[in-house]
Ligand binder design. Structure first.
Ligand SMILES: Cc1cc2nc3c(=O)[nH]c(=O)nc-3n(C[C@H](O)[C@H](O)[C@H](O)COP(=O)(O)OP(=O)(O)OC[C@H]3O[C@@H](n4cnc5c(N)ncnc54)[C@H](O)[C@@H]3O)c2cc1C
Length: 405
Protein backbone atom coordinates (compact mmCIF):
# COMPACT_ATOMS: atom_id res chain seq x y z
CA UNK A 1 0.00 0.00 0.00
CA UNK A 2 1.46 3.33 -0.85
CA UNK A 3 1.06 6.37 1.39
CA UNK A 4 0.89 10.06 0.50
CA UNK A 5 3.66 11.02 -1.86
CA UNK A 6 6.75 12.21 -0.06
CA UNK A 7 5.74 11.21 3.52
CA UNK A 8 8.24 9.00 5.28
CA UNK A 9 7.17 5.52 6.33
CA UNK A 10 7.03 3.97 9.81
CA UNK A 11 10.10 4.37 12.00
CA UNK A 12 11.25 7.30 9.88
CA UNK A 13 12.29 5.11 6.92
CA UNK A 14 12.57 7.60 4.09
CA UNK A 15 10.21 6.86 1.23
CA UNK A 16 11.83 7.41 -2.15
CA UNK A 17 10.76 10.73 -3.66
CA UNK A 18 10.02 10.96 -7.35
CA UNK A 19 13.03 12.28 -9.21
CA UNK A 20 12.54 15.87 -10.33
CA UNK A 21 14.41 17.43 -13.21
CA UNK A 22 18.14 17.97 -12.87
CA UNK A 23 19.84 21.37 -12.75
CA UNK A 24 23.24 22.94 -13.07
CA UNK A 25 22.78 24.43 -9.60
CA UNK A 26 20.33 24.19 -6.74
CA UNK A 27 20.24 27.17 -4.38
CA UNK A 28 18.90 26.48 -0.88
CA UNK A 29 17.52 29.63 0.73
CA UNK A 30 16.13 32.64 -1.11
CA UNK A 31 17.05 35.54 1.14
CA UNK A 32 19.35 38.19 -0.32
CA UNK A 33 22.35 35.92 -0.91
CA UNK A 34 20.51 32.99 -2.46
CA UNK A 35 18.37 35.29 -4.61
CA UNK A 36 21.54 37.01 -5.84
CA UNK A 37 23.11 33.66 -6.71
CA UNK A 38 19.98 32.54 -8.57
CA UNK A 39 19.97 35.82 -10.50
CA UNK A 40 23.60 35.71 -11.65
CA UNK A 41 23.58 31.97 -12.36
CA UNK A 42 20.42 32.17 -14.45
CA UNK A 43 21.76 35.21 -16.27
CA UNK A 44 24.83 33.15 -17.17
CA UNK A 45 22.58 30.57 -18.83
CA UNK A 46 22.70 27.97 -16.05
CA UNK A 47 19.66 25.82 -15.24
CA UNK A 48 18.88 26.96 -11.68
CA UNK A 49 16.47 25.76 -9.03
CA UNK A 50 16.01 27.94 -5.94
CA UNK A 51 14.23 26.45 -2.92
CA UNK A 52 12.88 28.51 -0.02
CA UNK A 53 11.24 26.92 3.01
CA UNK A 54 8.91 29.86 3.73
CA UNK A 55 7.09 32.35 1.52
CA UNK A 56 9.38 34.65 -0.48
CA UNK A 57 9.96 37.89 1.40
CA UNK A 58 9.18 36.35 4.83
CA UNK A 59 10.41 38.00 8.03
CA UNK A 60 11.93 34.99 9.85
CA UNK A 61 15.48 35.43 8.57
CA UNK A 62 17.73 38.39 7.84
CA UNK A 63 16.74 40.03 4.55
CA UNK A 64 13.39 41.63 5.41
CA UNK A 65 12.45 45.23 6.23
CA UNK A 66 13.50 48.36 4.34
CA UNK A 67 17.05 49.50 4.83
CA UNK A 68 20.60 48.19 5.12
CA UNK A 69 23.77 50.27 5.35
CA UNK A 70 26.23 50.13 2.46
CA UNK A 71 29.64 51.64 3.20
CA UNK A 72 33.25 51.57 2.15
CA UNK A 73 34.58 52.27 5.65
CA UNK A 74 35.81 48.93 6.97
CA UNK A 75 38.59 47.73 9.22
CA UNK A 76 40.72 45.91 6.60
CA UNK A 77 41.85 46.89 3.10
CA UNK A 78 40.36 43.61 1.90
CA UNK A 79 36.87 44.67 3.00
CA UNK A 80 37.33 48.19 1.59
CA UNK A 81 38.19 46.62 -1.78
CA UNK A 82 35.29 44.17 -1.47
CA UNK A 83 32.94 47.07 -0.72
CA UNK A 84 34.21 48.81 -3.86
CA UNK A 85 33.29 45.71 -5.88
CA UNK A 86 29.94 45.57 -4.09
CA UNK A 87 29.12 49.13 -5.24
CA UNK A 88 29.85 48.05 -8.81
CA UNK A 89 27.65 44.95 -8.43
CA UNK A 90 24.78 47.14 -7.15
CA UNK A 91 25.26 49.46 -10.13
CA UNK A 92 25.00 46.44 -12.44
CA UNK A 93 21.81 45.34 -10.70
CA UNK A 94 20.38 48.87 -10.99
CA UNK A 95 21.22 48.96 -14.68
CA UNK A 96 19.66 45.59 -15.34
CA UNK A 97 16.54 46.32 -13.30
CA UNK A 98 16.26 49.90 -14.56
CA UNK A 99 15.68 51.00 -10.96
CA UNK A 100 17.64 53.18 -8.55
CA UNK A 101 18.52 51.11 -5.51
CA UNK A 102 21.48 52.72 -3.73
CA UNK A 103 20.56 55.87 -1.82
CA UNK A 104 23.71 57.85 -1.07
CA UNK A 105 23.49 59.61 2.29
CA UNK A 106 27.10 59.73 3.42
CA UNK A 107 28.16 57.79 6.49
CA UNK A 108 29.43 58.83 9.89
CA UNK A 109 31.35 56.38 12.09
CA UNK A 110 31.50 57.90 15.57
CA UNK A 111 34.40 56.90 17.84
CA UNK A 112 34.24 58.02 21.49
CA UNK A 113 37.64 58.21 23.27
CA UNK A 114 39.01 54.70 23.85
CA UNK A 115 36.21 53.20 21.72
CA UNK A 116 35.86 49.42 21.78
CA UNK A 117 36.14 49.51 17.99
CA UNK A 118 39.40 51.31 17.25
CA UNK A 119 39.44 53.94 14.53
CA UNK A 120 43.03 53.24 13.39
CA UNK A 121 42.31 50.19 11.21
CA UNK A 122 39.39 52.00 9.54
CA UNK A 123 41.44 55.05 8.63
CA UNK A 124 44.48 53.00 7.57
CA UNK A 125 42.35 50.71 5.38
CA UNK A 126 40.62 53.60 3.62
CA UNK A 127 43.99 55.29 3.09
CA UNK A 128 45.59 52.07 1.79
CA UNK A 129 42.82 51.83 -0.80
CA UNK A 130 42.82 55.52 -1.72
CA UNK A 131 39.24 56.04 -0.54
CA UNK A 132 38.71 59.66 0.56
CA UNK A 133 37.29 60.36 4.01
CA UNK A 134 37.21 63.19 6.53
CA UNK A 135 38.24 62.96 10.18
CA UNK A 136 36.08 65.35 12.19
CA UNK A 137 36.08 66.52 15.78
CA UNK A 138 32.89 66.60 17.84
CA UNK A 139 32.23 70.31 17.23
CA UNK A 140 32.49 69.89 13.48
CA UNK A 141 30.16 66.86 13.53
CA UNK A 142 27.57 68.86 15.52
CA UNK A 143 28.01 71.88 13.26
CA UNK A 144 27.23 69.78 10.18
CA UNK A 145 24.56 67.57 11.78
CA UNK A 146 23.14 69.56 14.70
CA UNK A 147 20.98 66.64 15.88
CA UNK A 148 24.02 64.95 17.47
CA UNK A 149 24.96 65.64 21.12
CA UNK A 150 28.58 64.56 21.46
CA UNK A 151 31.13 64.93 24.24
CA UNK A 152 34.51 66.48 23.51
CA UNK A 153 36.85 63.82 22.27
CA UNK A 154 34.34 61.98 20.08
CA UNK A 155 35.69 61.77 16.54
CA UNK A 156 33.72 61.24 13.37
CA UNK A 157 34.88 59.43 10.26
CA UNK A 158 32.85 60.85 7.38
CA UNK A 159 32.79 58.89 4.12
CA UNK A 160 30.68 60.45 1.42
CA UNK A 161 29.74 57.29 -0.54
CA UNK A 162 27.95 55.48 2.29
CA UNK A 163 24.21 55.07 2.10
CA UNK A 164 21.24 52.77 2.06
CA UNK A 165 20.42 49.67 0.03
CA UNK A 166 16.84 48.36 0.05
CA UNK A 167 16.57 44.99 1.81
CA UNK A 168 13.22 43.40 0.94
CA UNK A 169 12.89 45.34 -2.32
CA UNK A 170 16.41 44.47 -3.51
CA UNK A 171 15.90 40.80 -2.65
CA UNK A 172 12.56 40.72 -4.47
CA UNK A 173 14.14 42.36 -7.48
CA UNK A 174 16.90 39.77 -7.74
CA UNK A 175 14.24 37.03 -7.54
CA UNK A 176 12.30 38.71 -10.34
CA UNK A 177 15.39 38.94 -12.53
CA UNK A 178 16.30 35.32 -11.77
CA UNK A 179 12.91 34.03 -12.89
CA UNK A 180 13.09 36.35 -15.92
CA UNK A 181 16.27 34.53 -16.95
CA UNK A 182 14.54 31.18 -16.53
CA UNK A 183 15.38 30.15 -12.95
CA UNK A 184 12.76 28.10 -11.15
CA UNK A 185 12.14 29.50 -7.66
CA UNK A 186 9.91 27.48 -5.34
CA UNK A 187 8.74 28.95 -2.07
CA UNK A 188 7.20 27.02 0.84
CA UNK A 189 9.53 24.16 -0.09
CA UNK A 190 11.86 23.17 2.74
CA UNK A 191 14.90 21.16 1.74
CA UNK A 192 14.82 18.13 4.00
CA UNK A 193 18.03 16.40 2.92
CA UNK A 194 21.18 17.18 0.96
CA UNK A 195 23.64 14.58 -0.32
CA UNK A 196 26.96 14.77 -2.10
CA UNK A 197 27.02 11.94 -4.63
CA UNK A 198 30.55 12.69 -5.81
CA UNK A 199 29.81 13.53 -9.44
CA UNK A 200 26.65 15.46 -8.54
CA UNK A 201 24.56 16.56 -5.56
CA UNK A 202 21.07 15.55 -4.52
CA UNK A 203 18.51 17.64 -2.69
CA UNK A 204 15.28 16.28 -1.23
CA UNK A 205 12.07 18.11 -0.48
CA UNK A 206 8.78 16.62 0.71
CA UNK A 207 7.69 16.02 -2.86
CA UNK A 208 10.74 15.34 -4.97
CA UNK A 209 14.47 14.85 -5.17
CA UNK A 210 16.61 16.93 -7.48
CA UNK A 211 20.06 16.30 -8.91
CA UNK A 212 22.40 19.15 -9.70
CA UNK A 213 26.01 19.84 -10.58
CA UNK A 214 26.35 22.25 -7.65
CA UNK A 215 24.62 22.88 -4.38
CA UNK A 216 24.65 26.43 -2.98
CA UNK A 217 23.78 26.70 0.71
CA UNK A 218 22.53 30.25 1.35
CA UNK A 219 20.62 29.35 4.49
CA UNK A 220 22.11 31.80 7.03
CA UNK A 221 20.67 30.89 10.46
CA UNK A 222 19.78 27.40 9.18
CA UNK A 223 23.22 26.72 7.64
CA UNK A 224 24.33 24.44 10.48
CA UNK A 225 21.39 22.04 9.96
CA UNK A 226 22.25 21.56 6.29
CA UNK A 227 26.00 21.27 6.85
CA UNK A 228 25.42 18.61 9.51
CA UNK A 229 23.97 16.35 6.81
CA UNK A 230 27.31 16.52 5.03
CA UNK A 231 29.22 15.83 8.23
CA UNK A 232 30.44 19.44 8.27
CA UNK A 233 30.18 22.09 10.93
CA UNK A 234 30.85 25.81 11.44
CA UNK A 235 31.04 27.60 14.82
CA UNK A 236 28.10 29.89 14.06
CA UNK A 237 26.16 31.78 16.72
CA UNK A 238 22.64 33.00 16.01
CA UNK A 239 21.30 35.97 17.96
CA UNK A 240 17.85 37.51 18.01
CA UNK A 241 18.27 41.17 17.17
CA UNK A 242 15.80 44.00 16.84
CA UNK A 243 15.41 47.39 15.23
CA UNK A 244 13.12 50.29 16.08
CA UNK A 245 11.43 53.00 14.07
CA UNK A 246 10.87 56.49 15.46
CA UNK A 247 8.93 59.43 14.10
CA UNK A 248 10.97 62.56 14.86
CA UNK A 249 9.00 65.74 15.53
CA UNK A 250 10.99 67.46 12.76
CA UNK A 251 11.40 64.80 10.05
CA UNK A 252 13.04 67.29 7.67
CA UNK A 253 16.06 67.49 9.98
CA UNK A 254 16.59 63.76 9.38
CA UNK A 255 15.81 63.67 5.67
CA UNK A 256 18.08 61.96 3.14
CA UNK A 257 20.43 64.70 1.96
CA UNK A 258 20.56 66.31 5.40
CA UNK A 259 21.25 63.38 7.67
CA UNK A 260 23.64 60.42 7.19
CA UNK A 261 23.69 56.77 8.09
CA UNK A 262 25.73 56.50 11.30
CA UNK A 263 27.41 53.91 13.52
CA UNK A 264 28.46 54.39 17.16
CA UNK A 265 31.74 52.42 17.24
CA UNK A 266 31.77 51.39 20.89
CA UNK A 267 30.42 48.61 23.08
CA UNK A 268 27.45 48.74 22.99
CA UNK A 269 27.42 49.71 19.33
CA UNK A 270 24.39 51.39 17.78
CA UNK A 271 23.58 52.45 14.24
CA UNK A 272 20.87 54.34 12.43
CA UNK A 273 19.48 55.86 9.27
CA UNK A 274 17.86 59.02 8.02
CA UNK A 275 14.08 59.12 7.66
CA UNK A 276 13.58 56.53 4.91
CA UNK A 277 11.59 55.41 3.01
CA UNK A 278 8.59 57.03 4.73
CA UNK A 279 8.13 59.27 7.74
CA UNK A 280 10.14 57.26 10.28
CA UNK A 281 13.82 56.65 10.94
CA UNK A 282 15.32 53.35 11.94
CA UNK A 283 17.94 52.71 14.63
CA UNK A 284 19.25 49.59 16.34
CA UNK A 285 21.97 48.08 18.49
CA UNK A 286 24.52 45.90 16.68
CA UNK A 287 24.88 42.47 18.33
CA UNK A 288 22.71 43.40 21.27
CA UNK A 289 20.51 40.31 21.33
CA UNK A 290 20.41 36.94 23.05
CA UNK A 291 21.70 33.75 21.56
CA UNK A 292 18.92 31.67 20.00
CA UNK A 293 18.47 29.20 17.17
CA UNK A 294 16.34 29.66 14.08
CA UNK A 295 13.71 27.47 15.75
CA UNK A 296 13.87 28.67 19.38
CA UNK A 297 13.81 32.37 18.51
CA UNK A 298 10.75 34.48 19.31
CA UNK A 299 9.26 37.45 17.54
CA UNK A 300 8.56 39.73 20.52
CA UNK A 301 11.03 42.57 21.01
CA UNK A 302 13.07 42.52 24.21
CA UNK A 303 11.95 45.56 26.27
CA UNK A 304 15.43 45.90 27.84
CA UNK A 305 17.01 46.20 24.39
CA UNK A 306 14.36 48.70 23.30
CA UNK A 307 15.16 50.78 26.41
CA UNK A 308 18.92 50.59 25.76
CA UNK A 309 18.45 52.02 22.30
CA UNK A 310 16.01 54.67 23.48
CA UNK A 311 18.48 55.71 26.21
CA UNK A 312 21.31 56.05 23.70
CA UNK A 313 19.15 58.14 21.37
CA UNK A 314 17.99 60.36 24.25
CA UNK A 315 21.65 61.04 25.12
CA UNK A 316 23.20 61.37 21.66
CA UNK A 317 20.39 62.10 19.19
CA UNK A 318 17.53 63.44 21.30
CA UNK A 319 15.60 64.95 18.40
CA UNK A 320 15.56 61.55 16.64
CA UNK A 321 13.83 59.83 19.53
CA UNK A 322 10.37 61.13 18.72
CA UNK A 323 7.30 58.93 18.89
CA UNK A 324 8.29 55.26 18.91
CA UNK A 325 6.60 53.75 15.84
CA UNK A 326 7.45 50.07 16.18
CA UNK A 327 10.17 47.52 16.95
CA UNK A 328 10.66 44.25 15.07
CA UNK A 329 13.07 41.32 15.30
CA UNK A 330 15.51 39.59 12.97
CA UNK A 331 18.34 37.07 13.18
CA UNK A 332 22.08 37.64 13.11
CA UNK A 333 24.21 34.63 12.18
CA UNK A 334 27.70 35.37 13.43
CA UNK A 335 31.10 33.85 12.77
CA UNK A 336 33.65 34.22 15.60
CA UNK A 337 35.67 36.78 13.56
CA UNK A 338 32.53 38.39 12.08
CA UNK A 339 33.93 37.64 8.61
CA UNK A 340 31.80 36.31 5.79
CA UNK A 341 31.79 32.66 4.80
CA UNK A 342 32.18 32.10 1.08
CA UNK A 343 33.53 29.00 -0.61
CA UNK A 344 33.36 25.23 -0.94
CA UNK A 345 32.77 22.86 1.97
CA UNK A 346 35.91 20.83 2.77
CA UNK A 347 35.68 17.42 1.12
CA UNK A 348 32.57 18.46 -0.83
CA UNK A 349 33.79 20.56 -3.74
CA UNK A 350 30.35 20.65 -5.31
CA UNK A 351 28.80 22.28 -2.24
CA UNK A 352 29.27 26.03 -1.73
CA UNK A 353 28.34 28.07 1.32
CA UNK A 354 27.62 31.80 1.47
CA UNK A 355 26.95 33.53 4.79
CA UNK A 356 26.88 37.26 5.46
CA UNK A 357 27.94 37.23 9.16
CA UNK A 358 25.31 39.90 9.89
CA UNK A 359 26.85 42.54 7.62
CA UNK A 360 26.42 40.80 4.29
CA UNK A 361 23.49 42.53 2.65
CA UNK A 362 25.65 45.22 1.05
CA UNK A 363 27.69 42.45 -0.58
CA UNK A 364 24.69 40.41 -1.83
CA UNK A 365 24.87 41.14 -5.58
CA UNK A 366 28.65 40.61 -5.47
CA UNK A 367 28.25 37.36 -3.52
CA UNK A 368 25.85 36.24 -6.26
CA UNK A 369 28.58 36.88 -8.82
CA UNK A 370 31.23 35.05 -6.78
CA UNK A 371 28.96 32.04 -6.24
CA UNK A 372 28.18 31.89 -9.96
CA UNK A 373 31.94 32.10 -10.75
CA UNK A 374 32.67 29.26 -8.34
CA UNK A 375 29.75 27.13 -9.49
CA UNK A 376 30.33 27.55 -13.21
CA UNK A 377 34.10 28.13 -13.47
CA UNK A 378 35.56 26.69 -10.25
CA UNK A 379 37.19 30.00 -9.39
CA UNK A 380 36.73 33.74 -9.04
CA UNK A 381 38.91 36.83 -9.43
CA UNK A 382 37.47 38.24 -6.18
CA UNK A 383 39.77 37.64 -3.19
CA UNK A 384 37.66 35.34 -1.04
CA UNK A 385 40.62 33.74 0.77
CA UNK A 386 39.71 35.42 4.10
CA UNK A 387 36.23 33.90 3.92
CA UNK A 388 37.29 30.25 3.45
CA UNK A 389 35.56 27.63 5.54
CA UNK A 390 38.93 26.23 6.67
CA UNK A 391 40.31 29.49 8.10
CA UNK A 392 41.59 29.25 11.69
CA UNK A 393 38.68 31.24 13.16
CA UNK A 394 36.30 28.56 11.88
CA UNK A 395 38.41 25.49 12.57
CA UNK A 396 40.21 26.10 15.86
CA UNK A 397 38.63 24.18 18.75
CA UNK A 398 37.81 27.25 20.86
CA UNK A 399 37.70 30.26 18.58
CA UNK A 400 37.71 33.58 20.39
CA UNK A 401 34.58 35.52 19.40
CA UNK A 402 35.05 39.17 18.42
CA UNK A 403 31.78 40.43 16.99
CA UNK A 404 32.38 44.20 17.21
CA UNK A 405 34.99 44.99 14.57
C1 LIG B 1 18.48 43.72 11.74
C2 LIG B 1 19.57 43.47 10.75
C3 LIG B 1 20.32 44.55 10.31
C4 LIG B 1 21.32 44.36 9.37
N1 LIG B 1 22.00 45.45 8.91
C5 LIG B 1 22.86 45.30 7.88
C6 LIG B 1 23.41 46.43 7.27
O1 LIG B 1 23.13 47.57 7.66
N2 LIG B 1 24.24 46.24 6.20
C7 LIG B 1 24.55 45.00 5.73
O2 LIG B 1 25.29 44.90 4.76
N3 LIG B 1 24.02 43.88 6.30
C8 LIG B 1 23.18 44.02 7.35
N4 LIG B 1 22.62 42.91 7.94
C9 LIG B 1 23.01 41.58 7.49
C10 LIG B 1 22.31 41.16 6.22
O3 LIG B 1 20.99 41.63 6.21
C11 LIG B 1 22.35 39.64 6.12
O4 LIG B 1 23.73 39.23 6.16
C12 LIG B 1 21.75 39.14 4.85
O5 LIG B 1 20.47 39.68 4.61
C13 LIG B 1 21.64 37.63 4.94
O6 LIG B 1 21.02 37.14 3.77
P1 LIG B 1 20.85 35.57 3.61
O7 LIG B 1 20.19 35.37 2.31
O8 LIG B 1 22.15 34.90 3.86
O9 LIG B 1 19.93 35.16 4.85
P2 LIG B 1 18.33 35.08 4.99
O10 LIG B 1 17.71 36.30 4.48
O11 LIG B 1 18.03 34.67 6.40
O12 LIG B 1 17.96 33.93 4.01
C14 LIG B 1 18.25 32.56 4.28
C15 LIG B 1 17.08 31.80 3.74
O13 LIG B 1 17.33 30.41 3.73
C16 LIG B 1 16.08 29.78 3.92
N5 LIG B 1 16.34 28.38 4.31
C17 LIG B 1 17.07 27.96 5.36
N6 LIG B 1 17.06 26.62 5.43
C18 LIG B 1 16.31 26.18 4.39
C19 LIG B 1 15.93 24.89 3.94
N7 LIG B 1 16.31 23.76 4.58
N8 LIG B 1 15.14 24.79 2.85
C20 LIG B 1 14.74 25.91 2.18
N9 LIG B 1 15.07 27.16 2.59
C21 LIG B 1 15.85 27.29 3.68
C22 LIG B 1 15.46 30.61 5.02
O14 LIG B 1 14.07 30.41 5.15
C23 LIG B 1 15.82 32.01 4.57
O15 LIG B 1 14.81 32.58 3.77
C24 LIG B 1 21.62 43.06 8.89
C25 LIG B 1 20.89 41.97 9.36
C26 LIG B 1 19.86 42.17 10.27
C27 LIG B 1 19.08 40.97 10.73
Amino acid sequence: MSGPAGRDGPAGVPRPRPAGPSYDAVVVGLGALGSAAAWVLARSGARVLGLEQFELGHDRGASHDHARIIRRSYHTPGYVRLAGLAYRAWAELEWEAEERLVVTTGGLDLFPPGSAIPSGPYRASLEACGVPYQWLDADEVMRRWPAFRLDDGVRGLWQADAGIVPAARGTRLMQRLATGYGATLRDRTPVTAVRDLGGSVEVATADATYRAGRLLLCADAWTGDLLAQLGADLPLVVTQEQFSYYRPADPDAFAVGRFPVWIWMDDPSFYGFPVWPDAALKAAQDVGGHQVTATTRGFDPDPAATDRLAGFLRDRLPAAAGAHAHTATCLYTLTPDRDLVLGPVGGHDRVLVALGAAHGFKFAPLVGRVLADLALHDGTDVDIGPFALDRPALTSPRPEARYLV
